[in-house]
Write a protein that binds this ligand. Structure first.
Ligand code: NDP
Length: 344
């Protein structure tokens, strides 16, 4: 359960509480399904739902109630009457409550879809919440809608590069688009991993000044910036941009724990004008209907062919979900941060 809103400090593991409740399968109504949760995703956007913010694009969590996020569940029992067509044994993905089991009515079922059975057993289940889920789609669709057309050899910079979105974005920029790719991340181990995965250059933003690093590895500037972190990193990227660069405003995690009125004020915005930079924000869900099918086909092929590697950081046990969220916000994850609720 979510305890109480947190406005101006990082969220801590004890801001979450574990509660035990029983579920009575006999109480299932017309069309309901009973599911057991297999995996839950912990995501940075949830931080905005943990404060009492009015202008955020999602409703805040309700104190005293379970949190929710994308997850994977198996149908244990389909109740009487006509539901959404899900059957016992089906593996589903979509928005789910943070609980070991849940009875879902038709409305809740509308936010779920069958996991592609052609890929079950060929790709690990957590992949459907990572490279083949919302983070992968964020990278894939963001590049398609905002950065394209991309010329081979263009210089692309990805921040948050060892995370769920960043790892996919960097690998796509390299293997699909033929870019010269630079990544930044918060530890030397992450930097080494980025180099192993084919990034042309990578640096630790905690020990190297980003503006200096960009001058060194991209002396002629950058054409594409995939921004996962915002703040001073965005300033450094604006300074390093070439004329007509494309900037994808995907996330600004460096500012998520700071109240709105004290967030970092970007200083180099004038570069957007003088360098004719295209700077565009986006939310992945906007592209789901238009591009979801194409993304799924293309990304599953890239994953099966080993052209994009999917990495997951799995925490065991629903009772550790709060700690998993806190760990992810602090940089403890490599690839997609997830919670495994039960053994599969
Ligand atoms: P990640 O897997 O990248 O996990 C978050 C990472 O952020 C941490 O591992 C940490 O890595 C990094 N981080 C934390 N604090 C800071 C900081 N102060 N400065 C720089 N980096 C920091 O998460 P996701 O891949 O799921 O999300 C990445 C970004 O994309 C987020 O900003 C998120 O909000 C955004 N997003 C946007 C979507 C959209 O539709 N627009 C959809 C999905 C995600 P490190 O060790 O490198 O510091």
């Amino acid at each position: 359960l979510w305890k109480a809103h947190v406005e101006d400090r990082p969220v801590a593991a004890d801001d979450f509480e574990v509660a035990t409740n029983s579920i009575d399968p006999q109480a299932m109504g017309e069309g309901d399904i009973l599911v057991e949760l297999l995996y839950l995703s912990v995501d940075p956007y949830m931080r905005g739902m943990m404060r009492d913010s009015k202008g955020y694009y999602r409703q805040p969590f309700t104190p005293g109630q379970p949190l929710s996020s994308r997850g994977i569940a198996r149908v244990v029992r389909a109740g009487p009457g006509v539901g959404s067509g899900f059957e016992e044994g089906d593996v589903l993905s979509g928005m789910l409550p943070w609980s070991s089991h849940a009875i879902l009515n038709r409305r809740a079922q509308a936010a779920l879809q069958l996991v592609d059975s052609r890929l079950l057993g060929k790709l690990p289940l957590p992949c459907f919440l990572g490279a083949l889920g919302a983070p992968g789609m964020t990278a894939w669709a963001g590049l398609k809608k905002i950065a394209e057309p991309i010329k081979q050899g263009e210089v692309a910079f990805v921040s948050g590069a060892a995370g769920a979105v960043g790892l996919v974005a960097g690998q796509l920029l390299k293997t699909k688009y033929g870019c010269n790719v630079i990544g930044s991340a918060g530890s030397n181990e992450k930097v080494a991993l980025l180099q192993q995965l084919g990034f042309d250059a990578a640096f630790n933003y905690k020990t190297t000044d980003t503006a200096e690093a960009l001058t060194q590895v991209a002396p002629d500037g950058i054409d594409i910036y995939f921004d996962n972190v915002g703040g001073p990193t965005l300033d450094a990227a604006l300074a390093a941009a070439r004329p007509h660069a494309r900037f994808l405003a995907c996330g600004a995690i460096s500012q998520y724990d700071t109240p709105e009125d004290s967030r970092y004020g970007v200083k180099n915005l004038m570069n957007v004008i003088t360098k004719r930079i295209k700077l565009r924000g986006f939310i992945v869900g906007d592209y789901a209907a238009e591009l979801g099918g194409e993304f799924h086909e293309d990304m599953s092929q890239l994953l099966l062919a080993g052209k994009v590697k999917a990495l997951q950081h799995v925490t065991q046990g629903l009772e550790n979900a709060g700690a998993a969220f806190v760990g992810m916000m602090g940089g403890g994850n490599v690839g997609k941060a997830l919670v495994q609720v039960v053994e599969t």
